[in-house]
Design a protein around this ligand. Structure first.
Ligand code: BGC
Ligand code: BGC
Length: 649
């Protein structure tokens, strides 16, 4: 990890500690207040924005544009800048015009005006404002705006959020995955963003990895089917694109779920995949084969290395195996990918300590667009130096630019560069939330049920509800939700489990008792629901060598389960955890994953309106020492095998 990343990670660490510490309440209050303040900012923003330029394009096709472009214009196309970088260190938003910037992105949490969140219309104003500058360039080539819409348009306040991919995988419902991606696509369109950095089609082989929840399954066959279902939802069938679809990204190519313990930062993320090409072709490659068959428009390179060489520097992996034709030494066909390749966030900087070397190595390896994301002036001048020194062939630059322009034309950016505001009002609509509610209920995996589920809506009994995840939307959502690392409390619009129980239409004979996180209460009850799990994290912050439930969660389970006749444990987590004790303490146990704003999807199933249908797409270990433990490595002694899930009613 270089110093900048170390620094930003430390900031996030500190912020995380604060969020979950004594000031959580204050933080929640600030978040809630910020939402009331936000609209005023939008008004100011709209008033100070210049009128939007009327598009006037100086070229009509990728080849026509290429033939008219100067070297500086080509370099700009290959540059992707983080939205907030324009207001830092003497930079200016007019640099989009000056440097012919081809793409702008929002990182995790990167909302308008340097904040996290922001409403859909604030986002639309922001992206239109950036586009306005791109359209004032000599050739008026529109920029493409990208964001991580990885479980819904998760950086936007009020958006419909779905379970993270681990939960979507558990649904085994590819039609639903496509439908969810279509909902996300429409919400993304409503903000002027035309490119999502999703789906993650990694196949995590070791659940200690903090990004496990971004993967659909440890099984490449599931991952291929689910990832392609999402790609079709984002882009339309067969790479249709056009102005009513968005560009998808297959990420992170390749080996990100297959790194060796202890080789990353801290353990697995950004680590080294110490595997043969045969293993890669069997476990990691199939989802990419399927994604390319389904005409995915872009591929993002992984931070990880393959046997010691950074993927971002690996010409064989990118130019030969991904873009090339012919076969590899195992007889596996190369993928012949026609779209464009983007680097990960500041990832080329990790190649070496010499930035010139990094730039020429990455571009020569086959990277077409660089997610710089901050020091774009340095990137552009370095690229320029390397090209002029003859270290990067002109043909390579022309190929990169052609690939990027081809996507822009296919998306209809040359006819509709600004936000189609008819989509803006659909963000967080009831129709969209109904799809997420269905996904939520289909994602739930029932691991144990000793005659307690489904619960009656009309019987006479006392239902105790507790646990730190029962009424905490931020915890229910996990990482990549409004902020990069996720948060605590009412961070956006959604329904917690406790709110959903109160709205479930229970007869007054069911006495509800909310006990929250108290562990020394004097209450009693007939049935208990206790919701515990992981607190939010993203990327390396989620790497763990214990997979243990935190002590407060364990205490909450013990407390509720000892005071009621039958208790149901709901685990909100980004992966299987070591829960042998809690499983024994409970009458029923549900893996509820993380990510969705729709708590009603859980009560739909708890109270029997729908049955449980979810099945594990990851092996559930009984001890952390079994990791890596999956169906591909002959792991034995797991608590629940891949594919497990009770369907009793
Ligand atoms: C992640 C990517 C993400 C990018 C932009 C990186 O840290 O690895 O998955 O798309 O940031 O937010
Ligand atoms: C961004 C993420 C990015 C990370 C890299 C964060 O500030 O929000 O998108 O992946 O930095 O360190």
């Amino acid at each position: 990890m270089n110093m900048y990343r170390q620094f930003t990670h430390n900031i996030h660490e500190r912020r995380r500690t604060r969020l979950f510490g004594a000031t959580a309440l204050l933080t929640t209050t600030i978040i809630v207040l910020a939402q009331f303040i936000a609209p005023a900012t939008a008004t100011t923003h709209a008033q100070t924005s210049p009128a939007l330029a009327t598009p006037s394009y100086g070229c009509t096709s990728p080849s026509d544009c290429l033939s008219k472009m100067t070297l500086a214009e080509k370099e700009g196309q290959m540059t992707q800048v983080e939205n907030n970088a324009f207001s830092q260190r003497g930079n200016s938003v007019t640099d989009i015009k000056t440097y012919f910037i081809g793409s702008v992105l929002s990182g995790g949490g990167g909302g308008p005006n340097g904040t996290s969140g922001g409403t859909a219309s604030q986002w639309a104003d922001m992206t239109d404002n950036f586009q306005n500058y791109a359209l004032q360039t000599r050739l008026g080539i529109p920029l493409i705006y990208g964001a991580d819409a990885v479980h819904g348009h998760n950086n936007v306040y009020g958006a419909t959020l779905f379970p993270h991919d681990i939960g979507m995988g558990a649904t085994h419902d590819t039609a639903l995955i496509t439908q969810a991606a279509q909902v996300t696509r429409d919400e993304v369109l409503g903000t002027g963003v035309r490119w999502t950095f999703a789906p993650c089609i990694c196949t995590p082989q070791d659940i200690r990895w903090g990004r496990t929840y971004e993967g659909y399954s440890e099984n490449p066959t599931d991952t291929a089917a689910d990832g392609s279902a999402a790609i079709v939802g984002f882009q339309g069938p067969n790479g249709a694109l056009g102005p009513t679809n968005i560009l998808a990204t297959a990420k992170h190519y390749i080996g990100d779920g297959h790194t060796a313990w202890g080789t990353g930062s801290p353990y697995l993320n950004e680590g080294d995949a110490q595997i043969t090409e045969q293993q890669m072709d069997t476990i990691d490659l199939p989802p990419y084969q399927s994604a390319v068959t389904n005409k995915v428009g872009s591929v993002m390179i992984s931070y990880s290395s393959w046997n010691g060489l950074k993927d971002h520097a690996n010409q064989y992996l990118i130019t030969t195996k991904l873009k090339g034709t012919g076969t590899d030494s195992n007889g596996t066909p190369n993928l012949g990918f026609q779209g464009f390749v983007v680097s990960d966030w500041q990832a080329i900087d990790q190649i070496s300590s010499d930035y010139n070397y990094d730039v020429r190595t990455a571009i020569n390896a086959g990277i077409d667009m660089v997610m710089v994301p901050d020091n774009y002036k340095t990137f552009i001048s370095t690229l320029d130096t390397e090209i002029k020194a003859g270290n990067i062939p002109t043909a390579r630059i022309d190929d990169a630019v052609t690939r990027i322009l081809t996507a822009k034309f296919a998306l209809g950016l040359f006819t509709q560069p600004y936000t189609d505001r008819s989509y803006t009002a659909t963000v967080g609509s009831a129709a969209h939330r109904a799809v997420a509610r269905q996904a939520e209920r289909e994602s739930l995996v029932l691991l144990k049920n000793n005659n307690v589920l489904p619960l009656s809506k009309t019987g006479s009994y006392t239902l105790v509800v507790g646990g730190d995840h029962a009424d905490n939307l931020g915890y229910q959502l996990g990482g990549w939700s409004i902020t990069w690392q996720g948060g605590s409390g009412t961070t956006t619009v959604g329904t917690t489990l406790w709110q959903a129980i109160q709205q479930a239409g229970l007869s007054s004979s069911v006495k509800l008792k909310f006990v929250g996180t108290q562990t020394k209460g004097r209450y009693t009850g007939d049935v208990g629901i206790v919701a515990v799990g992981e607190t939010p994290y993203a990327e390396g912050n989620g790497d763990t060598n214990t997979l243990a439930l935190n002590s407060s969660g364990a205490a909450e389970v013990t407390d509720v389960c000892s005071r009621v006749t039958k208790c149901i444990v709901l685990l909100f987590s980004g992966r299987p955890m070591i829960i042998n004790t809690q499983l024994n303490q409970s009458s029923a146990f549900v893996a509820a994953w993380i990510g969705s704003t729709e708590g009603e999807g859980i009560t739909d199933v708890l109270f029997g309106d729908y049955g449980f249908t979810g099945k594990l797409t990851f092996t559930w270990p009984s001890a952390v020492t079994q990791e890596p433990c999956n169906k591909n490595n002959g792991c034995t002694g797991a608590l629940f095998p891949y594919g497990f899930g009770l369907t009793p009613f």
